[in-house]
Design a protein around this ligand. Structure first.
Ligand code: SAH
Length: 219
């Protein structure tokens, strides 16, 4: 067994001890090669449970964060999942490994191009777009699940609209320094024929800012 494979197994066990229960999430993390998604100089830290720097001042999320958010989504094979903030492509790979049909939007061209390459090389088929993800991905909507991997000041309206009835969205909401992870469940009020959104708050996390039309504005 090579060292990365061993470390990947240790990380998975560590996440289980930290409270991650969804066997499909743990299984995906035990299979996706995170070393292929981190920058060359940080490869040796691939399986430390920490966020790592990417180009353009962005970060690949901490494995615990990826596992926690993915668990909240309750991903099933065949689910149509929209991710906002492709970054390294690692979260997309985890979702694809779980059998989801993944769509991911990244606003920074350089990261879009490198994640496209890395996902292709790793054998994952994920649809990527270089755009402002706060507007969602209208042509491919509605989605069973939406995951936002950057911190937002609010719930972007287009993302709520592009969620299926019965769907789930996970999004960090807060200010620039700290955000609360929120789980939104969408249902339908049949009598009034209008969508109902139920929100649940989880622990604090620190994400890079979601910049765009319905996120933070660039000054
Ligand atoms: N899911 C990523 C985490 C990347 S960090 C991973 O697994 O590596 C969050 C990413 O969100 C950054 O790459 C940032 O550029 C991107 N981002 C910020 N605002 C965005 C927006 N409005 N639309 C799309 N991507 C955005």
């Amino acid at each position: 067994m090579d060292l990365f494979t061993l470390h990947r197994k240790e990380l998975t066990e560590n996440l289980r001890k930290l409270g991650i229960k969804d066997i499909n999430v743990l299984d995906a993390i035990s299979k996706v090669k995170r070393e292929n998604f981190v920058k060359e100089e940080f490869r040796k830290y691939s399986y430390d449970n920490i966020a790592l720097p990417l180009n353009s001042n962005q970060t690949i999320s901490q494995p615990y964060t990826v596992a926690f958010m993915t668990e909240l989504l309750e991903v099933k094979p065949g689910d149509k999942v929209l991710e906002i903030g492709t970054g390294s492509g690692y979260q997309s790979a985890v979702l694809a490994q779980m059998g989801a049909e993944v769509y991911s939007v990244e606003r920074i061209k350089d990261l879009y191009l490198s994640s496209l390459e890395k996902l292709r090389q790793s054998g994952y088929s994920v649809r990527l777009k270089n755009d402002d993800g706060t507007m969602g991905w209208e042509e491919n909507s509605p989605f069973d699940k939406i995951i936002v991997t950057a911190g937002s000041p609010r719930l972007p309206r287009h993302l709520l609209t592009q969620l299926k009835t019965g769907g789930r969205m996970v999004i960090p909401v807060g200010d620039e320094t700290v955000q609360k992870l929120m789980l939104i469940k969408k249902s339908m009020n049949e009598e009034k024929n209008e969508a109902v959104y139920k929100a649940k708050e989880f622990e604090n996390f620190k994400f890079v800012p979601l910049i765009g039309e319905e996120g933070w504005q660039i000054i």
